[in-house]
Ligand binder design. Structure first.
Ligand SMILES: *Cc1c(COP(=O)(O)O)cnc(C)c1O
Length: 402
């Protein structure tokens, strides 16, 4: 049975903690993880939660307790993961474009590291030689055709070491003795087509024989979850089947472990954003419902044109008509245009679905508004896990020199 919070639970949380508030459902996160581990039960696969999706330390503790590892995209995320109780071996730092000093720090903390540039790889190799095995993040997309030397030139992604520079990687390995134990690719987010992962594996199969100390193939994250009614998701069972087949059919008998780094898949559907209607405004074009949040709290609709399902949980049987759901900040912050909704009245509570991933995490204090509170529901009990900002938070770190 799909783990979901009921309307009554959400209404009660809005009343108890106020709005706007993010709500996370622990059992749903566990259910998503269960789906991954059971699909891959017969394979040597390990999951690292890409925690940039949601880093509240209580969420990290839930992830830790359920046995999942963690993937970090900054040294501070690494430190948060350590703080939450992850042992260094269960932490992966997939860096991109970072200062070398952060890589040194990560090495000193003893975590797994994926390095994404020749420059940092060279520095790392000079410093640590064969003493600290690392992974490399590759940019695989340009490999259409399967030839290591092809440079298509159309690829403009900043991420990873372009695969046509693999010779340079090999030169570094040869001259320093650096041990490369992991080949990593992360092709993007919301990948519904499992063949994208299979193609990634095929690209890596060309490269695997070049690295004799390889232990891990890291296929990144990007599993899709449904946002809209009728939206598809990444078929995890099919993915598991195809990954299994790809490895069964390939000629290398080294027992490589496969890593995945799901972010959104684990926490998106576990999250809800509760907001309240400030003002209703009828115009010729549309009827606006101005709610007490904006892109300062949930930027995905404006930043990615993302669709979030919105429900008026204060009036579930209200007559349906069209509303445009907009925020309360001085900037165009349209969450939904002419969305079919149950009748909206001022002070009604609206809930956004799929708000767990890249929701609170991308929030700001724009317009000097407070960041929302965060609430965790576990065993049907709702607990505050982050206070709403208060006025002092806006002045914290400011230095008055006048
Ligand atoms: C963001 C990110 C992920 C997670 O992506 P999702 O779409 O949230 O699954 C995984 N790996 C790396 C390296 C990332 O940067």
């Amino acid at each position: 049975m799909d783990q979901k919070l009921s309307t009554n639970q959400l209404i009660a949380i809005a009343q108890q903690f106020g709005t706007p508030t993010y709500v996370y459902h622990a059992e749903k996160i566990q259910q998503q993880y269960q789906q991954l581990t059971s699909a891959f039960a017969n394979q040597n696969v390990v999951f690292f939660y890409a925690c940039k999706a949601l880093t509240n330390v209580n969420i990290l503790k839930i992830v830790h307790k359920m046995g999942c590892n963690v993937d970090c995209s900054s040294i501070n995320e690494v430190k948060l993961a350590l703080y939450a109780g992850f042992e260094p071996k269960r932490i992966l730092y997939t860096s991109n474009g970072i200062a070398f000093s952060e890589i040194i720090e990560a090495q000193q903390l003893g975590v797994n590291i994926n390095i994404d540039s020749l420059s940092n790889l060279e520095k790392f190799a000079q410093e640590y030689k064969a003493t600290y095995p690392v992974g490399i993040r590759l940019r695989p997309n340009i490999m259409a055709g399967g030839n290591l030397k092809i440079s298509t030139g159309h690829e403009k992604s900043k991420f990873g070491i372009p695969v046509e520079q693999i010779e340079d990687v090999l030169n570094i390995v040869e001259s320093t003795g650096l041990i490369i134990n992991n080949l990593h690719i992360h092709t993007g987010s919301e990948i519904k087509d499992v063949d994208v992962f299979v193609k990634g594996i095929e690209v890596l199969f060309d490269i695997i024989p070049l690295f004799q100390h390889l232990e891990v193939i890291d296929l990144g994250g990007g599993f899709k979850v449904p946002y809209k009614e009728g939206d598809g998701a990444t078929d995890i069972a099919l993915l598991a089947q195809k990954v299994g087949e790809a490895f069964a059919n390939h000629p290398y008998h080294r027992p490589l472990q496969v890593w995945f780094e799901p972010g959104k898949y684990l926490v998106s559907e576990a999250g809800y954003l509760l907001a309240e209607v400030n003002v209703l405004k009828k115009t010729k074009a549309t009827t606006f419902a101005n709610i007490n949040t904006g892109f300062n709290h949930l930027i995905r609709p404006m930043f990615y044109d993302a669709y979030h399902k919105i429900t008026n949980i204060s009036n579930l049987s209200g007559t349906v008509s069209n509303y445009s759901i907009v925020g309360n900040i001085c900037e165009t912050d349209t969450f939904a245009w002419e969305r079919s909704m149950n009748e909206i009245r001022e002070a009604d509570v609206l809930v956004f679905a799929n708000a767990g991933a890249y929701g609170f995490e991308m929030s700001s204090n724009f317009n000097s508004r407070f960041k929302p509170a965060e609430v965790l529901v576990m065993n049907n009990e709702a607990q505050l896990i982050r206070k709403r900002d208060a006025f002092d938070d806006l002045l914290r770190n400011q230095i008055e020199v006048l």
